[in-house]
Write a protein that binds this ligand. Structure first.
Ligand SMILES: O=C(O)c1ccccc1NCC(=O)[C@H](O)[C@H](O)COP(=O)(O)O
Length: 214
């Protein structure tokens, strides 16, 4: 089994991007979904991307966005890859001539093997499997039943949803994904335990990377 790639998603500050890269992150994700607490506008995104050292993949995340808006972001920002986290069709994903991955939320009856086949045929590079929480397209902090994932898939699987420094090693052992993706599990927490959307905790980021790649 190869060492899983790690994406730290929902970065909102240049310093968090640099810390994640220094800790060994393979990719960072920027959320361009305005209702997310981790939303970054293009000017902030540009500052984050400009701060990054080389050889870290930059991923722009959209949820059912107008195709024109995605093109605008692509003109303005040096994004390496797109992540579509809503109900985007394979044809939509293929329209941007940029490497892209599709997210699948694992609601009852989800068929990750079938979805992987369908999106692979359209040129997707990976399938990110995440938890299904009604009304919240992503960044839920919730786990799902990893036993529902197929052993074989037409696309590299990226496991997401409620991963933390404490559970990621077990997740990697069980699922053997190509990559893992985390957002809330490496964020600074208020005294109530709630995450402070978007502010990454550098100790948690380091611990997550160590555990995922051990
Ligand atoms: O992070 C968000 O706020 C978000 C909002 C809307 C769509 C997707 C979003 N995040 C996508 C990701 O790739 C997250 O890393 C993934 O959902 C896992 O999040 P978490 O359970 O908090 O680790």
């Amino acid at each position: 089994m190869s060492t899983p790639r790690v994406k730290i998603c929902g970065i909102t500050r240049p310093e968090d991007a640099v810390q994640a890269a220094r800790a060994g992150a393979d990719a960072i994700g920027l959320v361009f979904y305005p209702s997310s607490p981790r939303y970054v506008d293009p000017r902030r995104a540009a500052r984050i991307l400009a701060a990054l050292p080389p050889f870290v993949t930059t991923v722009g995340l959209f949820v059912n966005a107008d195709a024109g808006l995605v093109r605008e972001y692509l003109r303005e920002l040096p994004l390496d890859m797109l992540q579509f986290h809503g109900d985007e069709t394979p044809e939509y994903g293929a329209a941007f001539q940029r490497p892209w991955i599709k997210a699948l939320r694992m609601r009852d009856g989800a068929d990750p093997a079938g979805v992987a086949r369908e999106y692979a045929a359209a040129g997707a590079r990976g399938l990110l499997v995440d938890s299904y929480v009604p009304g919240t397209p992503g960044g839920t902090g919730e786990r799902f039943d990893w036993g529902l994932l197929p052993r074989e898939s037409a696309l590299p699987l990226i496991l997401a949803g409620g991963l933390t420094p404490a559970n990621v090693a077990e997740a990697v052992r069980q699922v053997r994904p190509w990559g893992v993706d985390v957002s809330g599990g490496v964020e600074v927490r208020a005294v109530t335990g709630a995450t402070l959307g978007g502010i990454k905790d550098r100790h948690a980021v380091r611990a997550f990377l160590r555990a995922a790649k051990a």
